[in-house]
Design a protein around this ligand. Structure first.
Ligand code: ZN
Length: 114
C-alpha cells in the first residue's frame, strides 16, 4: 500500500510519528484529515519546491515532512527561503532557525543560503 506520491504507508507512519507538530509553525496537527479543519490538519509537505514529487521520479523520503494545512497552502510552491520572507512567516516567526530538525537538515543538504 502506498499513497498517491508512491510513499509506502510504513514510511508515512514513521514521518507522522516524528512530525506530530507542524515542522514550520509547531502547531499540533489533526490526523486524519477533517474537511472543515483543514488548516490544522497534517499534510504531506515536499521540501523540494520543484520536485521530484514521486518516489518513481527520485523523490527522497528524507525530503518529506508533515506540516499543517495553513503552512502548506501559504508556502505553495515557493522556495523555502522565499517563503520565510513572507508576512505569514515573519508573523509566525518561521525561519531557518525555528523550523523543525528535518527541515534544518534539508536546508543543510541543499546548502541553501539566505
Ligand atoms: Zn504550520
Amino acid at each position: 500500500m502506498s499513497n498517491k506520491f508512491g510513499i509506502a504507508n510504513n514510511e508515512l507512519l514513521k514521518i507522522r510519528a516524528r512530525d506530530k507538530n507542524c515542522v514550520y509553525c509547531h502547531k499540533e496537527m489533526i490526523y486524519p484529515f477533517i474537511r472543515n479543519k483543514q488548516r490544522d490538519c497534517a499534510t504531506i509537505e515536499h521540501l523540494n519546491f520543484d520536485g521530484p514529487f514521486y518516489l518513481k521520479d527520485g523523490l527522497q523520503i528524507k525530503d518529506i515532512v508533515m506540516c499543517c494545512g495553513s503552512c502548506n497552502s501559504s508556502r505553495g510552491i515557493k522556495k523555502l527561503f522565499d517563503w520565510f520572507k513572507t508576512k505569514y512567516c515573519t508573523d509566525k516567526n518561521i525561519n531557518e532557525n525555528t523550523v523543525a530538525t528535518p527541515v534544518k537538515e534539508y536546508l543543510k543538504r541543499k546548502k541553501y543560503t539566505v
